[in-house]
Design a protein. Structure first.
Length: 464
């Protein structure tokens, strides 16, 4: 989108906490958003825009009745958003599991290699916890607050074409009907229809990542005492293998354990197989022979496997159609599906878009607000995407000097505790690791919008 800022205003950029009035403001000029896709990113975006005072219609190609499997990690930056939404604290208290730490282990021996304890002192400063949620619980919660706020959700309604006509965006659905709106939001995943009209040509993948999400009954797990050596309950555990890694968090109170296997390479799964139920034995492209036999045994207990192929691309424009189309979540960026921040980036996208459009008072402001969305989110999602991919590569290294160096660095975390930066001694590595976590965890989407408004709000207000 070729929006040009006017000359910079004289007021300096300042950082301040978002007041309740800012967070609860509603646009004096309501417009109509049509959101394509009603998974987590679409539902979150739908609620955030409706909360900002706009008319919102969500289009979902499924009937919405299928129970979704899998776990979602909610780092503090995501937990903070959910806690501020209707009944959010009560929902999290009932359905979320608090993560006590991050444990890294060798995949072949289960030997602990590194550990990052999520200290109460640090998490209290962040004012939010690292939580584990079941995907279906989060989807049902977001659906409920969308419907309660007045969002219209059309199920079994697949968008097949997006057109621009006479200043209106038109979405043609599979039954031949056409819906009209002011802005279309692409929340339709990494094979996005809407991205096809925003991006100029096909995006070239820089990497391909193969993954699988596997659901295992906790009743079956309890029958095998030898699984107790795999992890400590409520810890985020990552087993580092040769060419892949395995991730899981055991919640003793949950009905299922969800683990993810991920490899930073293309293992030959066809695109059409992504997100499709397959019998586990029929669809497992990973070589798991190098993992401890107990891990292999655990995986074979899985009753559902969702294989995925994700093409990681350099993020391009997220705004198109002359300011009438915008992308969120996996449609906008390729933060790893099985990483820790895929869902949190989608939630931040939604919160950012909602906050920006909560002050809309004239249509002339729309291009600048959408440009602000691109500017605010681009650096954040790009750096997160790069960090998550490099983390995958580092935790899937083959034997050799690089892996030996990684292990030596991680081992330092086992012998040196960290509670705050004052008692960390000379361990620069631990300081750096925690500094990166705090930057990631401490992000506040509403504050970022406020910071942008402190520079450009007066200019936006003059566009009448």
């Amino acid at each position: 989108m070729n929006f040009k800022y006017p000359a910079s205003p004289t007021s300096p950029r300042v950082f301040f906490l978002s007041s309740p009035s800012m967070l609860d403001s509603r646009a004096s000029l309501p417009i109509k958003f049509i959101v394509v896709g009603a998974s987590v990113s679409g539902l979150a975006c739908g609620y955030a825009l409706r909360k900002a005072g706009h008319e919102v219609v969500l289009l979902e190609k499924t009937d919405g009745k299928i129970k979704t499997e899998g776990a979602i990690r909610s780092p503090p930056n995501m937990t903070r958003i959910l806690s501020g939404w209707p009944d959010g604290p009560a929902f999290l208290k009932q359905h979320a599991t608090k993560c006590s730490g991050i444990s890294l282990r060798r995949g072949d021996t289960l030997e602990p290699m590194g550990y990052m304890k999520l200290y109460e002192q640090i998490m209290s400063e962040l004012q939010a916890d690292f939580l584990i949620l079941q995907h279906d619980d989060l989807r049902r919660y977001l659906t409920s607050i969308c419907l309660a706020s007045g969002v219209v959700i059309k199920y079994a309604c697949q968008a097949v074409e997006v057109k621009l006509t006479d200043g209106s965006v038109n979405i043609v659905v599979a039954n031949g009907n056409t819906l009209h709106g002011d802005i279309v939001v692409g929340a339709d995943g990494h094979n996005s229809l809407v991205r096809g009209i925003v991006a100029e040509g096909d995006l070239e993948a820089t990497h391909t990542v193969t993954g699988a999400s596997i659901s295992i009954s906790t009743k079956d797990i309890r029958k095998h005492l030898d699984f107790q050596a795999l992890w400590n309950p409520n810890e985020f555990t990552l087993w580092m293998g040769n060419g892949s890694n395995i991730i899981g968090t055991l919640d003793p109170n949950a009905e299922t354990l969800n683990i993810a296997i991920c490899a930073p390479t293309n293992l030959g799964i066809a695109e059409g197989d992504g997100y499709t139920n397959k019998p586990l034995a029929n669809k497992m492209p990973f070589d798991l022979s190098g993992y401890d036999t107990r891990l292999q045994k655990l995986i074979q207990l899985g009753h559902i496997c969702y294989p995925t192929v994700q093409h990681v691309f350099e993020q391009d424009d997220v705004v198109g159609l002359d300011g009438m189309a915008v992308l969120v979540g996996d449609a906008a960026h390729s933060v790893l599906i099985h990483g820790s921040h895929n869902s949190s980036m989608a939630m931040e996208d939604a919160a950012t878009l909602g906050c920006l459009f909560s002050r809309l008072s004239n249509r002339k402001q729309i291009p600048m607000l959408l440009h602000a969305y691109h500017e605010i989110r681009h650096s954040r999602t790009s750096s997160t995407q790069d960090s998550e991919y490099q983390w995958l590569v580092q935790t899937a290294l083959p034997p050799g000097t690089l892996r030996d160096g990684r292990d030596a660095t991680l081992n330092a975390t086992l012998s040196k505790a960290f509670e705050d930066f004052d008692n960390c001694g000379n361990s620069e590595m631990i300081q750096q690791m925690w500094a990166e976590y705090l930057v990631m965890f401490g992000y506040n989407a509403a504050e970022e919008v406020d910071n942008w408004r402190s520079m450009w709000g007066s200019v936006v207000d003059q566009l009448v």
